[in-house]
Design a protein around this ligand. Structure first.
Ligand code: 4LM
Length: 415
């Protein structure tokens, strides 16, 4: 019997595994094998024909990957999941499966830089029409749905500007128009602990497992989660034939190790990030802060409805523009200047010149990614050290706005 619970934390540790079926091994064995021996040639033929279940080659499936996939499916409240070699591997394997020349995909305006690049420099050049709209405006969506629409794709919160999309509203509108259109949510920023898009009506969920799922900055991986038929289609076409982006079994093991502490880590990421966001908001050198947990944030109410916590990601802009922001980044001692997110270490980066440099300056402007934006992935260090590092860097390098200084000092005194 394999263990199953009603609780997220327990499933993240135990689901789908029975030590007694594995010589008592507490942690599941890693099946370090590329291929699998067939008992007879006929058995092999039957597996290839899809008439018999079983593993035959690790690009398609492997017992260690299967356990990770089963665990992710239960954590995302879905039927099935597929592990891939990277988040981009999950996105490309999925979209190559459902799109053909002449089809249309509607995507939110704000997307991770390489996703944007894949759509515009990849799919669009193979005859797929890519329509970028602001999905936080659902009326705008209605007028773009056509008989050729196959997929609606978005991130929430979006990388990097933290814009939220109402998953329930968008999914309902799309499915009312046509049940067969796949609503695909990149849930990387939330992890399944903070949000389960399928419960709000989405069809497929994508993760860069490189981030919170792995959680330790030591691997690159991806996952796609959805119903059995869709996942099987992605496995047997998008992954097997189009991208070949199969996950290494050892990395699957490392992600399962990450999952064991996902709930604990996410709670601390959220707790630290809220304190950091409030500190930034009260600092006279900071012009604007975007964080779903701030009551002043445009999408705060939506975040309360569809997220269990507000996450570990913050963006902000300082007075003095880009130059002051870069000087501040260079002054940091403990916080690391690095792309990626969701690690134990607090990471800071500049989207316009780093993760989103594949957008042209004009595209960044019209897609809501300003040049001065700085992104912080708040880690698991003592929040006192994170705040101290930010404070010394801001005080050293960034001018305080006189207006802001008076306002903020006054409000700080009142508080
Ligand atoms: C970054 N992000 O932002 P792989 N989806 C989202 C992402 O943020 C990313 C991917 C997919 C960053 C990487 C350098 C929302 C990546 C792609 O990197 O292929 O696992 O995931 O800093």
């Amino acid at each position: 019997m394999k263990y199953q619970s009603n609780n997220f934390e327990t499933n993240a540790i135990h689901f789908g595994y029975n030590a007694q079926e594995n010589e008592g091994a507490l942690t599941p064995p890693v099946h370090f094998t590329s291929t699998f021996a067939f008992e007879t040639a006929q058995v092999g033929g039957e597996m290839f024909a899809g008439e018999r279940e079983g593993h035959f080659y690790t690009r398609i499936s492997n017992p260690t990957l299967s356990l990770l996939e089963e665990r992710m499916a239960i954590l995302e409240r879905a039927e099935s999941a597929l592990a891939t070699a990277s988040g981009m591997g999950a996105i490309t394997s999925t979209l190559w499966t459902f799109l053909r020349p002449g089809d249309e995909i509607i995507v939110d305006k704000t997307l991770y830089g390489c996703t944007f690049s894949f759509l515009n420099h990849g799919l669009a050049e193979f005859g797929v029409k890519v329509i970028h709209i602001d999905l936080s405006d659902s009326q705008g969506l209605k007028q773009h749905l056509t008989k050729n629409t196959r997929v609606v794709f978005f991130e929430t919160p979006a990388n990097p500007n933290m814009k939220l999309v109402d998953i329930r509203e968008v999914s309902a509108m799309v499915h009312e128009f046509n049940q067969d259109i796949r609503v695909i949510v990149d849930n990387t920023y939330c992890s399944p602990f903070l949000c389960n898009p399928i419960a709000f009506g989405a069809d497929l969920v994508i993760h860069s497992a490189t981030k919170y799922l792995g959680g330790h900055g030591d691997l690159v991986a991806g996952l796609v989660v959805g119903n059995k038929d869709d996942i099987q289609a992605i496995r047997l076409f998008g992954l097997k034939d189009m991208t070949g982006a199969a996950l290494a079994p050892l990395n699957a093991m490392l992600i399962m190790r990450g999952l064991k502490t996902l709930a604990l880590r996410m709670e601390r990421h959220c707790e630290n990030a809220l304190k950091v966001a409030k500190f930034l908001q009260s600092h006279p050198s900071v012009k604007e802060v975007s964080y779903p947990g701030l009551s002043s944030f445009k999408y705060h109410n939506l975040a309360q409805q569809q997220m269990k916590g507000f996450g570990g990601m913050i963006t902000f802009e300082v007075h003095g523009g880009l130059e002051a922001g870069i000087a501040m980044m260079n002054q940091l001692n403990m916080i690391q200047r690095a792309v990626s997110l969701g690690d134990a270490e607090t990471l800071i980066q500049h989207p316009a010149s780093m993760t989103h440099s594949s957008y042209t300056p004009k595209e960044r402007l019209s897609h809501g990614i300003s040049d001065g934006l700085i992104r912080l992935s708040v880690g698991l260090e003592s929040v006192d050290d994170i705040l101290m590092d930010l404070k010394q860097a801001l005080n050293c390098c960034v001018p305080a706005s006189l207006d802001d200084k008076t306002d903020k000092l006054a409000s700080a005194e009142l508080a």
